[in-house]
Design a protein around this ligand. Structure first.
Ligand SMILES: [Zn+2]
Length: 145
């Protein structure tokens, strides 16, 4: 199901770990609503500005999937409110350009994120939106080592 012109629900709930281990990763209505908002308000504007395909490596994670990948207990992924994205080449240098574009868009008010995180030297970029189950933040920028 298409959520925006460049993002489908399927790619936001897909997980190889879930598939391989037979873990159900079907979002509930609340997570569906968050995924839709994430795609419309954050992912699509970034994709449009970037101008090239973006790869979603992880979006929604059910309780069991989040445990399987050792995600933080209250991770925004649990609520369909976060996505890990990277560029087509997946070079750290290109992912850094993507990160810089995202933080610039946030500072210009073109998108509003809960957090924008450079994960482990630009291996991927985590973006999330505010939702009722987690503390509200406004474009918090983090670099994880
Ligand atoms: Zn993440």
């Amino acid at each position: 199901m298409k959520l925006t012109s460049n993002f489908t629900l399927e790619e936001l709930i897909h997980s190889n770990t879930a598939k391989n281990r037979g873990i159900d990763n079907t979002p509930n209505q609340q997570a569906l609503d968050n995924l839709t908002r994430l795609a419309k308000e954050v992912l699509q504007p970034i994709r449009t500005e970037w101008g090239k395909p973006l790869i979603v490596s992880s979006g929604y994670r059910s309780y069991r999937l989040n445990q399987a990948v050792r995600g933080a207990a209250n991770s925004d992924h649990r609520y369909g409110a976060a996505a890990d994205i990277h560029t087509l080449t997946n070079y750290a240098s290109d992912n850094k350009k993507l990160f810089d574009l995202i933080t610039k868009m946030a500072s210009e008010g073109k998108i509003h994120c809960r957090q924008i995180i450079d994960e482990y030297g630009y291996q991927w970029v985590h973006v999330s939106i505010n939702h009722p189950k987690n503390l509200e933040r406004h474009n918090q920028i983090l670099h994880l080592k």
